[in-house]
Design a protein around this ligand. Sequence first.
Ligand code: G6P
Length: 350
Amino acid sequence: DMAEKGGYDHFMLKEIHEQPDAVKKTLMELQDIKEMVENFPKFNRICFVACGTSYHASLVGKYLFEGLVGIPTDVLLASEFEFSAGALDEKTLAIFISQSGETADTLRALRMANETAQTLAIVNVLGSTATREADHVIYTRAGPEIGVAATKTYVSQLTCICLLALSMAGEEKLLEDIQHVPDHMKLALEAEDQIREIAKKYKDAEDFFFIGRGYSYPTAMEGALKLKEITYIHGEGYAAGELKHGPLALIDDDVPVVAVVPPGDSHDKTLGNLQEVKARGASVIALGSSDDEVLKSEAHEMIEFSGELNEVLSPIVYVVPLQLLSYHMSVERGIDPDKPKNLAKCVTVE
Ligand code: G6P
C-alpha cells in the first residue's frame, strides 16, 4: 500500500505532488489540439457541461472563451443540462469535461447534445464511454487518480481548456507562457510546511469563505469544494463582489476567509473586499504574489507565489495550496482524505 502511494501517507497527497508532471504531460497535447482547431467550423456558441470539480474547470473555460476568443460561452451542470438543451444548434460546440468519462449525468447530457451540436469530450480515462460517444476527444494526461477528491485531473483539465482556448484565440505568447506553469506549480508546492501550520490553526472552524473575482472565482469555488469533501467543514466559494449582497452578514471572527488575489485586473477590487471582511473580524488567509506588500500587510496569513504569472494561467497554480490546505485540515481532523464519507470517485447514477 505504502509502495503504491510512493512514500506518501495518502493517494491524495501523492496526486497533489504529481501535478506539475501531470500538467507537463498534458501540455504535450498542444499539437493535436491545434490540428483539431484548424478543422473546426466557425462556432457561434460554446457550452460546457460537467459536474463537481470538472464543473469548476469549465467555469475557468467561460472566462477564457469569452475574454480571449470572444465566443459567448455557457457553463451548465450536467444534471441541469436537459432544461437548456433546446437552445443548442449545429453552430454550438458542447464541451463535456469529465475525469472518468463515466459520470451518468454527463453521459446523459452528451447523448442529448449529440443530436444537435458538435460535441467534444475532455476526459482522463482512456477508452471511457464519453470518449467513444463524443464527436471529438482530448485526453488529459494526468494518469490514474485514486483519491476521491479530484486534484491532478483538475489542473490537467484546466491545461487542456487553456490550450484549446489559446489555440482558438491565436494567443501565441500565452501558449509560450503556459509551458512554464509546471515550474510555478513546483514553487507553490514548497509552501506545504507553512500550509500545514495554517491547517492546524484553523482546523476547528465551522465555516469558511473562499473569495475571488474573474479567473480566481472558480479557484475559490474549488477551494470550498475540496474543504467540504475531505474535512466536512462548511465552505462557500463566493464571487468577492457579491459578498455585500448577503454573506457579509455571516462574517465574524469565527469565520476564516481565504482570498485568492493574484496580480491582475481584479486585484484591487478583491483587496477591497478583503478589507471589508477583515473589518468584520474575519481572519484572512490570502493567496498572492510574493511582491505584493499591500496584500501581505492586510492578511493574517499570506501564501506567496513567486515569479511572474499571467492571471489567465493563475487558476492552474493557485488551486495547489488550497488542495494542500484541505488535505492537511482533513488529516488534522482525523479523517481519511482518500475516502470521504458518502462520496464516490465516479457517480454512475443520475
Ligand atoms: C464525483 C467525484 C468528484 C468529481 C465528480 C465529477 O462527485 O467525487 O471528484 O469531480 O464526480 O466526475 P467526473 O469523472 O465526471 O469528472
